[in-house]
Write a protein that binds this ligand. Structure first.
Ligand code: CP
Length: 313
């Protein structure tokens, strides 16, 4: 119905929304709160306790790159919290036909309660968030994958009871997962040792960072570590470089033998999907020290905690 008063209608419900584009958008206290809340929400889900604070709320998910875990965990998470999620790709929206990101952000801000975006260029999520009046979540860019770090940290507290004071080894490509671990080291208070082949170090401007050391070999990174992490050698956006990268990363495969250098109760994590025979040996995910399936499942619960924080808290 038309506004009969002649005054301008309200168009912005959230004049200053919080966004989650990198871990640095939250304080260390807020991050820890979200991680521990994920543990609570997982237990509530396990015992069948209904908790639906997002009834009537909608999350729009924009995927410019493919996804299994991010898509399913956000959609299932919104459903479990009583809300709804919808998915858009460039093919089925006007983003793929040149409608500006800022216009899309303003329009979606009128219709849904939050937006999650997976896109290659980090500047796209920054532009979207700058124009949006609702919370915007980074579902992975070439620079960072903060939602994965929430799940990884939840998995670490579930197995170890704490994050602060632990030592983490990252072995492999200094790309978005490595960048996110670098940000997490200072905020969560763990020591991070990174081993990457020459030419595949973390992006310029990411280092130096608190609690982070670049070391000269996977063995040096893993020695005495509590947690060993890797990621694929050719991420989305590296298509066509696979053969060169396989050659460059020789010696950087994570295997049970490499993990034997870590603490006896060390854990292994991989954000998945994994390429057996490349960044991990064929048997790494079957090793009892691997918690990759729990880690993947925790995407669901840690992101429910994130959605609750952004939309309810
Ligand atoms: N780890 C992760 O983000 O998985 P997807 O690419 O399947 O979403």
């Amino acid at each position: 119905m038309a506004d009969r008063s002649g005054s301008a209608p309200q168009t912005s419900r959230h004049p200053a929304p919080r966004h989650f584009l990198t871990l640095g958008d939250f304080t260390a206290d807020e991050l820890n709160r979200v991680v521990w809340r994920g543990v609570d929400l997982k237990e509530m889900w396990r015992i069948g306790q209904r908790y639906e604070p997002l009834r009537g709320r909608t999350l729009a998910m924009i995927f410019e790159l493919s996804s299994t875990r991010t898509r399913v965990s956000f959609e299932a998470g919104m459903h479990q919290l009583g809300g709804h999620a919808l998915s858009l790709s460039p093919n089925d929206s006007h983003l793929g036909r040149g409608e500006p990101v800022e216009d899309t952000a303003r329009v979606l801000s009128e219709m849904v309660d939050a937006v999650m975006i997976r896109t290659f260029d980090h500047a796209t999520v920054e532009r979207f968030a700058a124009a949006a009046s609702i919370p915007v979540i980074n579902g992975m860019t070439s620079r960072s994958h903060p939602c994965q770090l929430l799940a990884d940290m939840q998995t670490l507290v579930e197995y170890r009871g704490e994050i602060s004071g632990t030592t983490v080894a990252f072995v492999g490509d200094g790309h978005n997962m490595c960048n996110s671990y670098i940000g997490a080291a200072g905020l969560f208070g763990f020591e991070l040792r990174i081993a990457t082949p020459s030419g595949h170090e973390p992006s310029q401007g990411i280092l130096p960072a608190p609690n982070v050391e670049l070391v000269d070999s996977p063995a040096h990174a893993v020695d005495g570590a509590d947690l060993v992490v890797t990621d694929v050698w050719s991420s989305m956006g590296h298509e066509g470089e696979e053969a060169d990268r396989r050659a460059a990363f020789v010696g950087y495969q994570v295997s049970p033998a490499l993990l034997d250098r870590a603490k006896p109760d060390a854990l292994f994590m991989h954000c998945l999907p994994a390429h057996r025979g490349e960044e991990i040996s064929n048997d790494m995910l079957d090793d009892p020290r691997s918690v990759a399936w729990v880690e993947a499942g925790n995407r669901l619960h840690s992101q429910k905690a994130l959605l609750e924080f952004l939309l309810v808290a």
